[in-house]
Design a protein around this ligand. Structure first.
Ligand code: AP5
Length: 216
């Protein structure tokens, strides 16, 4: 399965990606996670992307495309992958099509998670991430037993810089202006599958697997 997950910030891409990647036994490739790992390790790439991410702006296509090209060349991606957060504009979608066409391994599907803006804001503003294992929790929808501590590994929880209210507004704007056009791009390519991303995490996973089962 070669799959792209698309949807606005907070639609639940990262949450669903964990279950889908495990269901299809494919690697979950999140450009946001790779960038955050580089920031944490203070690599040159991390230093370059930090300010863009904190402002909710897209990182440049040249940096992002190169990062994805390298990641798709790794051995674990040779039998499929789930891309989360890439592509994020039509230029990136065209680069991805070219990379996969060179390898003769086109995408199987693009799964769009569709959700109302009011739900997005509630999901993002209450999200907390574990500094140690990276798992996302939510203060209301998926609370941990002890405030500020990850149930999975006892790591410390933090709020992403870009989950502050003023940055959420900018990220939503960037999604509408730059990312939403890829939805028509993939509809035209005949790859788009849209599911409703409201409801419980397990309901949405089931919807996704049912929708994806129709393509194979
Ligand atoms: P990225 O890390 O990709 O963030 P995003 O797309 O904004 O998506 P999020 O991680 O915020 O949300 P999500 O949809 O994964 O939701 P989640 O599952 O966590 O990108 C961040 C930045 O990196 C960008 O702004 C940009 O600067 C840069 N970047 C990344 N890729 C790039 C690219 N290709 N080009 C250029 N720049 C790039 O869920 C959110 C919350 O909701 C969680 O707390 C979760 O517990 C909760 N939740 C999830 N599902 C449910 C449910 N069903 N019910 C209730 N709560 C739920």
């Amino acid at each position: 399965m070669r799959l792209v997950l698309v949807g606005p910030p907070g639609a639940g891409k990262g949450t669903q990606a964990q279950f889908l990647a495990s269901h299809y036994s494919i690697p979950h490739i999140s450009t946001g996670d790779i960038m955050r790992a580089n920031i944490k390790a203070s690599t040159p790439l991390g230093l370059e992307v930090k300010a863009y991410m904190e402002r909710g702006e897209l990182v440049s296509d040249s940096v992002t495309n190169e990062m994805v090209r390298n990641r798709l060349n790794e051995a674990d991606a040779s039998h499929g992958f789930l891309l989360d957060g890439f592509p994020r504009n039509v230029g990136q979608a065209e680069v991805l099509r070219a990379i996969l066409s060179e390898k003769k391994t086109p995408l199987d599907a693009v799964l769009e998670l569709s959700i109302k803006t009011s739900e997005i804001v509630a999901r993002l503003s209450g999200r907390r991430i574990c500094r140690n294992c990276g798992k996302a929790w939510h203060v209301d929808f998926e609370p941990t037993q002890a405030d500020g501590t990850c149930d999975a590994c006892q790591g410390e929880l933090y709020q992403r810089e870009d989950d502050k209210e003023e940055v959420i507004t900018r990220r939503l704007q960037v999604f509408e202006e730059q990312t939403a056009p890829i939805i028509s791009f993939y509809r035209t390519e005949g790859l788009l599958i849209t599911i409703n991303a409201s409801g419980s995490v397990s309901e949405i996973t089931e919807r996704a697997i049912t929708a994806l089962s129709r393509i194979h």
